[in-house]
Design a binder for this molecule. Sequence first.
Ligand code: BTN
Length: 169
Amino acid sequence: MSRALRGEHPQVHPLPAAAEMVHATAFLLVLSLAVVAPVLSTRKCVLTGRWTNDLGSNMTIMAVNAKGEFLGSYHTAVTVTGNDIKVSPLQGSQHRTNENSQATFGFTVNWSFSDSVTVFTGQCFVDETGKEVLKTMWLLRSHVDSIKDDWTATRVGVNVFTRLRSKKE
Ligand code: BTN
């Protein structure tokens, strides 16, 4: 008569040590992915700090206050004028961040070395590697002497900003 028919339980052999280790490693891998992936995707994008863009311009955004307002400075790498470039002030605001970790924002640069103003609008993203990136569009309004020239006065473009880190970081 077989063991089963005699009501005996089949003997359970312990897994060899190597197979157990493979199981444990796979389990830990799945666990760490489950923990890390949501953290990366929900990491908050913070505007405060130093940024550089695809033209080589640098800007510093100071603290964002409780209303989402901020001040800063902008050092453009380029100008449409022949003037000497000077660091210029910026002021802006970002949308409520307690509701959204990748906030929309806008800011205005009042150029201190020309008669122009640029408005930027954009969104602060955390990319798939965890890096913060500001995707923006801008309108640069230049001064013209006559209303007849108004149609020439506005340029449009995009800038992508990434965070500038000090060498210590
Ligand atoms: C001017 O030339 O009158 C002022 C400087 C404008 C610089 C523009 S603003 C949009 C674009 N992004 C930059 O970083 N610099 C240029």
